[in-house]
Design a protein around this ligand. Structure first.
Ligand code: ARG
Ligand code: ASP
Length: 721
């Protein structure tokens, strides 16, 4: 009887383990057929893995693009129209904006192709194919090699493989480690370089709810923008040229306007940036106990200062809104991450796992030889790493968090090449151009009183955090010359530095000559920048580099060990900005005791949130009108207009702009965020609390068609109802 009980208990446990993993995972498209297809179909998917990833025929993957360096986009028409988030296209939309033609505020809609706006520098990238090259990469790599030797061999082999592929080809190849270097894949890419802006809703739609609603549910943000890929006459990627033509894609995703129901199968196809699911407890401790709290503290200080000015003056709001959004995004994410880890008892959970793991290691002489001492080694490395990371955070967030210090860094390269005798005037002029361009961008959005305030606050906290011998040299100077009074020192810096304002900056650099570099060297803001960078170079960087190598090599072994320890688990590799599939179901959730969140929001919620006095909650008359008349065209859901929905898909930064697809592989949503309670999913996924947030595709269509009157764009798409 007792035996049977234990048997039952253990099957229940195994069941629980596999059930809890069901929605977790960022899967490799190439391996879907062997690893995931069955489960996906059991969960409701009606298409095959081959329809998602296939290199012999066109498949869904041909419509998925890396947008710029860090977002995803997808092709939604036979004429190369692509869809991504508003926050992903934000920098481009901003660049086309000027006073009197403010595309961010007013939105933008190209009424024909002539009106579409080029974006030099913006690329979108399609995965042509991927291939497992583990064997070739690891051939000849031995356990006796030092990390340095190993890295060198790996680098050389990788270059050999990419060179073979790139020879006689327009494609770019890249070999990347997966599972911390236990496996290697080569990824072959096609990069498009002429990508034009087609449409963007006004900010009060595309950023509705602003940083207040960011990372939160219920959500009502119309977070989308539209671009188009242009190619040469042979349908090949080409640099921008006026006579380039719209790209004829291999695949364009059909759009379903049938909407979603609870428990519907969904999947997300995109380029997740970074997750760290297999870390030891020491790492979770470092992140949640040291890194996150300090970043949160420093960012909150800066945000408070920004906000106190932004609410006073609309001009400052425009200047600081992107900077604010960037700071706030991380600030809020880390708060959520820490709460989530705490709720999951993350450190203890990992410790528990490590105990079991250790028992397993100790039970075999062979394993003891391979994996014994691993956890102790992590412990030691992370101990040292924690202090170095703390230094790094203060350098980045506080030291270089002072804008005038960052402005001074613009000139760093120019100064260093000016110091060299052999540098030609031509080289100087070339770099000078870069400096002037960067300066233009910087001063357009610089407001000195904000920076002056941040300067004093940030440097004070910086000094409090470390003992004097662990501080950049500039602090000793402040002590010596200003009796430690940072406020007085700030007076001096802002009065004397050429970087304090646009005029002195351009007066100097417009007339720059090689011999003038000495003047920059003496500039107080430049001196500060140098002091921070020197400190980093001499103290922080060497330690972090050394420990990163150590930890990487430990992680490689630990990853292998974890897979051996739990062979029944289906391990997915941590995200590394390569194309992945995540799948799950549309589901509501209980964020905390007594609270229940529905899976869908509607336009009604926008009207409920409306507040004409709060910038982020302004609703335009046009939208109100459509709402009052229930004029939703074919995009409505009865009397309601759907706006966003959530599901259990495992996503992370980089998945923004990813298509949300239904059981038939049709587009039903546009991924753009996660719910706050689940932001620890980068470290630890919890199917009860982790939800990805998607724009309902019907709201996107309604916006383009009904709100913007750009129905000609909808005509390009294939709608399924
Ligand atoms: N939280 C989302 C992501 O990590 C959206 C960020 C952009 N929106 C904002 N209000 N800052 O990228
Ligand atoms: N908002 C994120 C992005 O921009 C997505 C996420 O972190 O869930 O990629």
């Amino acid at each position: 009887m007792k035996k049977y009980f234990y048997f039952l208990l253990s099957t229940i446990l195994i069941l629980q383990v596999s059930v809890s993993r069901a929605d977790e995972g960022l899967w490799i498209p190439l391996l879907l057929q062997s690893l995931n297809e069955k489960e996906m179909q059991d969960m409701g998917m009606r298409i095959s893995a081959e329809e998602i990833y296939n290199i012999n025929n066109s498949s869904l993957k041909d419509a998925i693009l890396l947008f710029g360096g860090g977002c995803t986009a997808e092709i939604i028409s036979e004429e190369g129209l692509i869809l991504t988030n508003h926050h992903c296209g934000y920098a481009q939309i901003q660049k086309h904006s000027s006073i009197g033609n403010d595309l961010l505020t007013d939105g933008f809609w190209a009424m024909d192709k002539q009106e579409e706006l080029p974006n030099p520098g913006l690329t979108v990238t399609r995965l042509v194919r991927m291939e497992d090259v583990t064997q070739r990469m690891l051939d000849g790599i031995t356990g006796e090699m030092t990390e340095k030797e190993r890295a060198k061999a790996i680098k050389e082999k990788g270059e050999e493989i990419t060179a073979e592929i790139e020879k006689d080809s327009l494609y770019k190849a890249s070999v990347r480690p997966f599972y911390y270097g236990n496996e290697y894949y080569v990824l072959v890419y096609e990069i498009f370089k002429d990508v034009r802006l087609v449409g963007a809703p006004p900010s009060n739609v595309g950023k509705f709810g602003g940083d207040t609603d960011n990372w939160m549910w219920p959500r009502h943000t119309g977070d989308f923008s539209l671009f188009r890929i242009y190619v040469n006459k042979d349908n090949e990627p080409a640099e921008y040229a006026e006579d380039n033509v719209p790209y004829k894609p291999l695949y364009s995703i059909p759009i379903s306007i049938k909407g979603v129901q609870e428990d519907d199968f969904t999947f997300i196809f995109g380029f997740p940036g970074r997750t760290q699911e297999y870390l030891p407890s020491d790492a979770i401790e470092m992140i949640t106990q040291v890194q996150n709290p300090n970043r949160i503290k420093l960012r909150r200080k800066k945000l408070d200062i920004y906000e106190s000015f932004m609410t006073q003056d609309p001009q400052i709001r425009i200047q600081y809104s992107l900077k604010h959004a960037r700071l706030s995004n991380g600030w809020k994410k880390w708060i959520g991450e820490n709460r989530g880890i705490q709720k999951l008892d993350g450190i203890d959970t990992k410790l528990g796992f490590e105990k079991g793991f250790n028992d397993w290691v100790q039970a075999s002489a062979e394993r003891k030889k391979k994996y014994g001492g691993l956890l102790e080694a992590f412990d030691k490395s992370y101990d040292e790493m924690t202090n170095a990371q703390l230094e790094m955070i203060y350098l980045v967030e506080a030291g270089l968090g002072v804008e005038i210090v960052r402005a001074a860094r613009i000139a760093a390269k120019l100064v260093s090449i000016s110091e060299i005798k052999e540098t030609t005037n031509e080289e100087i002029q070339k770099e000078l151009k870069v400096v002037l361009k960067k300066g233009e961008g910087f001063y357009k959005n610089y407001y000195l009183p904000i920076d002056r305030k941040a300067f004093v606050v940030l440097l004070n906290i910086y000094r409090e955090e470390f003992p004097p011998d662990q501080l950049p040299a500039i602090f000793a100077l402040i002590d010596k010359k200003y009796k430690g009074n940072i406020d007085e020192f700030a007076d001096y810096v802002f009065k004397k530095s050429m970087f304090a304002n646009e005029k002195t900056f351009f007066d100097f650099f417009d007339n720059y000559k090689k011999s003038k570099y000495k003047k920059v060297l003496k500039d107080p803001a430049f001196t500060m920048a140098k002091s921070f960078i020197d400190f980093y170079g001499q103290n922080t960087k060497p330690v972090i580099s050394k420990l990163s190598v150590e930890i990487d090599s430990l992680m490689r072994i630990y990853m292998q060990a974890q897979m051996e320890y739990q062979p029944e688990n289906n391990f997915y590799p941590d995200a590394n900005s390569t194309l992945r599939v995540a799948y799950g179901k549309v589901k509501p959730y209980h964020p905390r005791d007594g609270v229940f969140y529905e899976y869908q929001t509607t336009l009604k919620g926008i009207m409920e949130k409306e507040d004409p006095n709060i910038y982020d909650y302004v609703v335009e008359d046009k939208l109100k009108q459509l709402y009052n008349q229930k004029d939703y065209g074919k995009y409505g859901m009865g009397d309601e207009m759907p706006v966003c929905f959530i599901a259990t898909n495992h996503t992370t930064g980089g998945n923004s702009g990813s298509p949300a697809l239904n059981a038939d592989g049709q587009l039903i949503g546009l991924n753009f965020d996660r719910c706050w309670e689940g932001t620890m999913s980068d470290l630890m996924f919890d199917p009860d609390q982790c939800r990805n947030i998607m724009l309902d595709i019907r709201y996107f269509l309604f916006m383009v068609d009904k709100f913007a009157g750009a129905g000609h764009l909808v005509d390009e798409m294939e709608l399924i109802d």
